[in-house]
Design a protein around this ligand. Structure first.
Ligand code: ADP
Ligand code: 5GP
Length: 207
């Protein structure tokens, strides 16, 4: 109905399962969504590929992108830069795709300020104990980094109520359906259906 895609931000504590959830959502609804690939100065984890999970770049390259206004937003997270490249997001939205940014809270709030009709989703595991289990179970960070991320989670929890929807990632498949349903609902907001409303008004007058 609305031809332009919706900009969707997905945030959540590190280890909540955002990456897993996004992968499953895109596998099921590939034609509907485009997942933005961020640039970061952190090093790839085992199994991560440049241009697939992130564009892994140096601090100098990242600072050049900031200077050239190539990023919609950027933030520092536990000692590294992370940012969203502008070009891809704008092209996919214009092509009618719903574009998902999987970013942390400072970036999320900046995007919402710039583009107020952005949909903000916050993903959480069912409990803090489960969050710690998932972070440890992933086995990709040292105990020190896990501690920093848990501390950051406590800070991020302060901002949860600024999001539009809370998504509890307990059963993964149910969670995928829940996210898809929220986004479908968002498309049906009358404020996003101005073109349909003006068409049907004209048709009714012509009856
Ligand atoms: P994030 O991207 O939010 O940091 P990940 O997607 O890397 O989190 O998930 C963290 C860990 O939790 C991974 O080991 C993943 O397999 C696991 N995980 C993700 N979703 C679930 C779920 N619904 N139930 C149990 N474990 C999960
Ligand atoms: P990770 O190192 O676990 O991949 O990501 C750390 C955090 O950075 C996560 O909360 C993730 O959502 C966030 N992040 C990833 N890309 C971006 C980005 O482009 N901008 C911002 N602001 N945060 C990002």
């Amino acid at each position: 109905m609305d031809t332009r895609g919706i900009l969707i931000v997905v945030s959540g504590f590190s280890g909540a399962g955002k990456g897993t959830l996004m992968k499953a959502l895109l596998a099921k609804y590939e034609e509907r969504y485009a997942l933005s690939i961020s640039a970061t100065t952190r090093k790839p984890r085992p199994g991560e590929e440049d241009g697939r999970e992130y564009f892994f770049i140096s601090t100098e390259e990242f600072e050049d992108k900031i200077a050239n206004d190539e990023l919609i937003e950027y933030a520092r997270y536990v000692e590294h830069y992370y940012g969203t490249p502008r070009d891809y997001v704008e092209r996919q939205l214009a092509a009618g795709k719903d574009v998902i940014l999987e970013i942390e809270i400072q970036g999320a709030l900046k995007v919402k300020e710039k583009f107020p009709d952005t949909l903000l989703l916050f993903v959480t595991p069912p409990s803090a104990a489960e969050l710690e289990r998932r972070l440890v179970g992933r086995g990709t960070e040292t105990r020190d980094v896990i501690e920093s991320r848990l501390q950051r989670a406590a800070e991020e929890a302060e901002g949860m109520s600024r999001y539009d929807y809370l998504v509890v990632n307990d059963n993964l498949d149910a969670c995928v359906e829940q996210v898809h349903a929220i986004i479908c609902g968002e498309h049906r907001r009358c404020a996003r259906c101005a073109a349909f409303i003006s068409d049907i008004k004209r048709e009714l007058e012509e009856l």
